[in-house]
Design a protein around this ligand. Structure first.
Ligand code: SF4
Length: 209
């Protein structure tokens, strides 16, 4: 039986990082349960509620077992919204195991954790984010929804250092979303908005988790 304090986890699995600058890298994922937003386009709605209690020890044990059959340098802490839970102890233990650590967050919560990579994805309608991410984020991913427009891309570009890429990530492989991503990229180019890139979710193309 897990001893408290425990973390609510939806799933632990190995796959390829499908998004952002780390796209294509073998990665072990811990998907935490619960989210403070309820995006209509969410593709992990099952993680909003579903979940099992795990102690840090149990998570590390599972991750190490996965690493034996799927060698990966990186662990990605994702959700749901992973920062709703206190990840300090888990992050410390993952570092002791010499993993590189990525956190994927909707950016409404900031926790100063000794991780290697904060990947943020502010969400519509307001695309809010905690100011600490202006420095801490390695990348900003914007899901290309019907609500996303050039003004928002421009505003976010101005808020983050130019070296931090902004990814336009189609919401799905449906034509309107792919077309809109391309259209926004072209508009951003013409408006002189720098370091803005078109993206796709590699794991969906390959049929991975
Ligand atoms: S923030 Fe992410 S996990 Fe939460 S509801 Fe929105 S898309 Fe889903």
């Amino acid at each position: 039986m897990p001893q408290p304090p425990t973390l609510k986890v939806a799933e632990i699995f190995s796959s390829i990082q499908g998004e952002g600058l780390r796209q294509g890298e073998p990665t072990l994922f811990v998907r935490f349960s619960g989210c403070n937003l309820e995006c209509s386009f969410c593709d992990t709605k099952y993680a909003w509620k579903k979940g099992k209690d795990y102690s840090t020890f149990q998570i590390i044990d599972k991750i190490k077992k996965q690493r034996r059959r799927f060698p990966a340098e990186w662990v990605c802490l994702t959700g749901g919204e992973p920062l709703l839970q206190d990840l300090a102890d888990l992050v410390q233990k993952l570092k002791e195991e010499r993993f590189k650590i990525q956190v994927e967050t909707n950016a409404t919560i900031f926790c100063s954790l000794p991780v290697d990579w904060y990947s943020i994805s502010p969400k519509p309608e307001k695309y809010l984010f905690r100011p600490e991410y202006k420095k801490a984020a390695k990348e900003v991913k914007l899901v290309v929804t019907k609500a996303l427009n050039l003004d928002t891309v421009q505003r976010l570009r101005q808020e983050f250092p130019e070296k931090t890429p902004i990814f336009l990530q189609p919401q799905s492989t449906r034509k309107w979303s792919l077309d809109k991503g391309m259209k926004l990229l072209k508009q951003a180019q013409q408006a002189g908005i720098k370091n803005t890139r078109l993206s796709a979710q590699l794991h969906k193309i390959y049929g991975l988790r």
